[in-house]
Every structure is written in C-alpha cells, then in structure tokens.
Write a protein that binds this ligand. Structure first.
Ligand SMILES: Nc1ncnc2c1ncn2[C@@H]1O[C@H](COP(=O)(O)OP(=O)(O)OP(=O)(O)O)[C@@H](O)[C@H]1O
Length: 604
C-alpha cells in the first residue's frame, strides 16, 4: 500500500455549498413539524416545564434589575456626592444576584431532568419502532447506520434539550426586557444600540443558511462512518481471509474524510458567529459612548452618566442573547437534523398492521399450500406460478441454483414478505388473514448462520420458549445431541456465550439452535442448509437431532447437498423462480431431468 493512499486529507477543499439542494419551503415545513413533535415529547412534563419557564423569567428579570441598580447608584449617590444610601443598594444588589444564581441553578436542574426523560422516551419509541418495521426495511439498510440514529442522533437531541431550550427562552426574554427598559430610559440611545441589528441579522442569515444543511450532511456522514465500521467489525474474518485490509482502510478513509470535511465546514462557518457578534458589540459600545457623551455634555436632562453606564451594560446584555440565540440556533439546527432522522424512522411504514379481523391460530396441523403464487421484492417478479402442498408432518425440500428463489419461498411462508397474486394457505386459511405473530408462534427456524445472543447457554436455548423449566431446557439439549458438549463447557448450562457465540464451534452453535427449536415445539419447521461447513461427526449428530426434530412436524428444508434430503416427501426443483420438477427423490431420479443431473453431479 502506498503511504499516499492513507494520507490524511489535510487539505480542506471547499464543499460546493450550492450543490446542497435546499428546497427552502419544504425545509421550513419539515423543521416546523420536527419541532412540533419534539415539543409534544417535552410537554409530557408540563408541571416541570412550567417551573423552568418561571425560573427563566425570574433570572431574566433579575439580570435586568442589576445594571439598573448600578445606574441608580451612580446618578443618585455618586454623582450627587450623597454616598449614604450606597450600603443599602449594595445589599440589594447582592440579594438580586443571589436569587439570580439560585433561579439559574433550579432551571438547569429541572431542565436536565426533563431532557433525560424526554430522550429516554424517544429512545424507547425508536427501539420499539425497530421491531415494528418489516424485514425488508433492514434488508435494504446498513445496520450501523440505523444504530447511529439510536445513539448519535438522539444524543444530539439530548445535548440540545439540556442547554438550548433554556438559553433560547432566556435570550428571548432578556432581549425583550432589555429593549423595553432601554426605551424607557432613552429612546435615542436605544436607537443607537439597536443600529447594529441589521448587520447582525444579515450575517446570521448568511451563516445559518449554510450551516443548516451542513449539520444534516454531517449527521448523514457520521451515520455512514458508523454503518461502515459496524459492517467491517462484523466481517473481520472475511476481511482478513481475503487480505482486504488496504481496501477497507481506504474505503473507511473516504467516509472519514467526508465526515471531517463536513464537520470542518459546519464548525468553521458556525464559528464566525461569535466573532461577528463581538465585533458588532464593540461597535455599539463605541457608538453609545460617543452619542451618550455628546448628549450628556449638551443636555443633562436628556441623558445622565448613570444611564450611559446602564446602556453600556445593557448593550452587552442585548448582544449576548442575540449571540446566544445565534449559537443556540446552530446547536438547535443540528439537533433538529438529528430529530428529523429519528422521526424519519418512526414514520416508516410499519410491518403492515395485521387486519383487525385477522385470525389468531391457536392450533395448526401444519398444512401449507401454495396455489399459483407470484411474488417480487421490487418491480421484478421473482417467483412465478408456484404450486405445491406440504401436508401435515411432511418434509418438503427446495433445491436449485443460487438465486432460484428458495429463500424467497421461505420468506413468504413466514410472512416476512407477503405474496402478490395466487394464494398461500395454512390449514385452508389464507396466510394473509392470519396474525403474523400467531403464525410465527407455530414456526421454528434453524438457519445456515445460527444466531446466538450474549447470555448463558440456558438462556439461549430458552429463547425458544421463555417459560420452559430448566429440566425442559436440558431435555431439549439432550434430544439435540448438545448436552454432552454443554457439560464440557466451563460452567455447563450457565456458561456465558459471547454475542453470536464466538466461544463455541459452528456445529455446536447449530446444535444449540436445534435445541432451541425443539423446545419451541412448533408444528412448522424451517431448516436452511443446517448442515454445511461442519465436520463429519458433528454432522452426524446434527442429522440425528434434526431427524428427531422433524418427526410429526411439517418441515421445509433448503439444502444444496442432495444426500441430506433424499428422504423428503417432496423435492421441489426451482429454476429462475419457477418449479421445473416436483416429486420424491426416486420419482425425480426416474425422470432423468435437471434434478437427476444435479444429483449425478454431486455423487460423482
Ligand atoms: N431482499 C431482497 N430484495 C430484493 N431482491 C432480493 C431480496 N432477496 C433476494 N432477492 C432476489 O431474489 C432472487 C431469489 O433469491 P433467493 O434468496 O430466494 O434465492 P435462493 O434460491 O435462496 O439463493 P441461495 O441458494 O443463493 O440462497 C435473487 O435474484 C435475489 O437477488
């Protein structure tokens, strides 16, 4: 690998901002909707929110009172030379600032509570939504990218709720209050102080127009980075086996670079705000001193020295909330971008809700019938005119080249996807009218790549039936030929398995999933190439366990190795989504068609 390939992109090339297409109207509408939905989450805590608002109002009021009292001290006591009342005023000032601090402490305390609970609910709702989404949704997306929504995006919302809500509210109040008091004290100086507003407004507009889309882009780029990391971490074995480290690092760097670039521009442009605000602040300071000074010299009635001091303080108070508003506005934009991505998932079409009159199937014989079924994932039709019947207790095996449609048939039987035309029935009832959860309760899967959760061996088997007793779990393990190896593990049934069971062999994992299926005692079984990549002794064990598992259950088997399915009642040979041959092993051999050729090819 040349060192150039991995060189960090120190050059921050300009992002073509004009390419970030923004449909302003649509964007504003989306933002409004997102804010409204966030607000709905917040207002669950009406009481606390009211207290926060009360405290913010109090602290804003007190922050106006402080400078006013200082001005009074100058005009009434210092300029007049009567310093007697100064002590009392000082005590008053101390009390004002004490309550000011107390109200700030309380508003933060309550707001953090509200924010944490809001984000907790948001996280809960999003996680729930993950479970309502159809398999097709996950099939199409990178898992890490989805995870990023639950972590980074919600974190973003959390940070904003913790700080920005209070700051924005306090800033608005302080701004309005300051303007009101300034007008009361001196309309001329108010106009002078506010003369910098247009400059502030236009510079802010220029900045936020650019940072908004950039923040959104940054969140997307972060999702991409997370998605890629998740994919590569879980595919480490493959990366190493094919020595693809260089390629992977290069691809990661591309995503990392994009994130760095958007992050750089978002923060750089947002960083202009405080600088511009400071500059304008100093400008308004100078203007107040100049105009105020001239007014004092010409007419003491118009403006006093105390009022000039109050104005210089208010000028700062006046630009600070503006500054804060603009800063918080950027944080808010990034949180809205995060929230928007969260709500996007919440708005995804859920797994089509089961019809209200859909049937709960308590018992089933396990008779599955396909009658002229067609189906396609997207526009292209994958399965065409599929007809077959699996009678109760029978085994139906699917064979065919890769992409022929074997898994797709299984996806339809388990209703991960719904058929388009024709009909699939279970015991004569249309599959679409049966509640998905009720249908899947009667099914168990033993898949090619057995999945185990982080937890004990016992818990992993018990996943098949949560209320099974320890004895039942062990019986299932015995029947699945798993008991012996489990007893040899460091803690027997209580041995903790890593996520995906990386501490045990592939064959052992398969035995555990067979035990899990045995415990579930379903009437329909789905076996997907359960015996590939396994040594002969373990394979024999698995075969025996599967035989036991399949007794009395309708079983659907996908197998590439034809020797494992010779005993099947029906073998269905698929080609390009169509059934080309169907019958028992003997019948298909006699036919001397495609199955015969495939079989001969494998046994030779
Ligand atoms: N989630 C999906 N979205 C879109 N197309 C899909 C999806 N899953 C499978 N397909 C397409 O459907 C066709 C049938 O795929 P299927 O997985 O059923 O084949 P298969 O016979 O099980 O193959 P294999 O033996 O390789 O597992 C293929 O052309 C495949 O590209």
């Amino acid at each position: 690998m040349s060192s150039n390939q991995l060189k960090a992109p120190f050059q921050y090339e300009k992002i073509p901002l004009e390419n970030i297409a923004i449909d302003n109207k649509k964007k504003a509408k989306n933002m409004g909707n997102t804010l409204k939905r966030l607000w709905n989450y917040l207002t669950v805590e009406k009481g606390k929110l009211f207290l926060v608002i009360l405290m913010v109002t109090l602290s804003s009021g007190l922050s106006l009172l402080g400078p006013f009292m200082v001005g009074m001290a100058i005009d009434d006591y210092i300029v007049t030379g009567q310093a007697g009342g100064l002590g009392m005023l000082l005590v008053g000032l101390m009390i004002v600032y004490l309550f000011h601090s107390l109200s700030i402490f309380l508003q933060n305390y309550w707001m953090i509570g509200i924010a944490q609970r809001t984000v907790y609910t948001l996280r809960k709702d999003l996680f729930k939504q993950f479970h309502r989404l159809p398999i097709s949704y996950f099939d199409k997306r990178q898992h890490g990218e989805l995870m990023s929504r639950l972590t980074n995006d919600i974190d973003n919302v959390n940070n904003t709720l913790n700080q920005s809500v209070i700051q924005i509210f306090a800033s608005v109040l302080t701004l309005v209050g300051t303007i009101a008091v300034m007008l009361y004290l001196s309309p001329i100086l108010t106009v002078v102080t506010m003369s910098v507003i247009p400059a502030m407004f236009f510079s802010m507009r220029w900045i936020t127009k650019r940072t908004g889309p950039l923040y959104k882009l940054q969140q997307n780029d972060l999702g991409e980075v997370n998605g890629y990391v998740e994919e590569i971490v879980s595919g480490q074995h493959i990366v190493k086996t094919y020595s693809q480290e260089e390629k992977v690092i290069r691809e990661f760097q591309e995503r990392n670079h994009n994130l760095q670039r958007t992050g750089f521009w978002a923060l750089t442009i947002a960083g202009f705000i405080p600088k511009i605000m400071n500059m304008l602040n100093f400008l308004s300071f100078a203007l107040i001193a100049l105009v105020g000074g001239i007014l004092v010299v010409y007419d003491q009635q118009l403006v006093t020295v105390g009022v000039i001091v109050i104005f210089t303080e208010y000028a700062r108070q006046f630009t600070r909330p503006l500054n804060e508003l603009s800063n918080q506005f950027n944080v808010l934009l990034s949180a809205i971008a995060g929230a928007e991505r969260v709500f996007q998932i919440m708005d995804e079409t859920k797994e089509e809700s089961d019809e209200t009159n859909s049937i709960e199937v308590k018992r089933t014989k396990g008779n599955i019938k396909f009658d002229n079924v067609t189906f396609g994932y997207e526009d292209t039709t994958i399965l065409k005119g599929i007809r077959f019947e699996a009678r109760p207790g029978e085994t139906v095996a699917f064979v065919g080249h890769t992409g022929a449609g074997k898994t797709t048939i299984i996806n339809l039987i388990s209703r991960f996807y719904d058929y388009h035309t024709g009909k699939i029935t279970l015991d004569g009832i249309d599959l679409k009218s049966i509640k998905r959860s009720s249908l899947r309760k009667h099914m168990a899967f033993v898949l090619q790549d057995p999945f185990l959760f982080h937890g004990s061996v016992r818990e992993n088997i018990r996943y098949g039936r949560l209320h099974a007793t320890d004895k039942e779990v062990e019986n299932a393990a015995v029947d699945a030929n798993a008991h012996d190896f489990i007893m040899k593990l460091s803690n027997g049934y209580d041995t903790i398995l890593d996520q995906d069971g990386s501490g045990i062999s592939q064959g052992q994992k398969q035995l555990l999933t067979i035990a899990r299926a045995l415990l579930a005692a379903p009437s329909i079984l789905i076996l997907d190439e359960a015996t590939s990549n396994i040594d002969t002794i373990t394979e024999l064990k698995i075969q025996a366990a599967l035989k036991r598992l399949m007794v009395g259950r309708t079983s659907f088997v996908i197998a590439h190795r034809l020797n494992t399915i010779q005993g099947a009642d029906t073998i269905i040979m698929l080609e390009d989504g169509k059934i080309i041959e169907q019958g028992s092993h003997e019948e298909l051999i006699k036919l001397k068609g495609s199955y015969y050729k495939l079989y001969k090819g494998q046994v030779q």
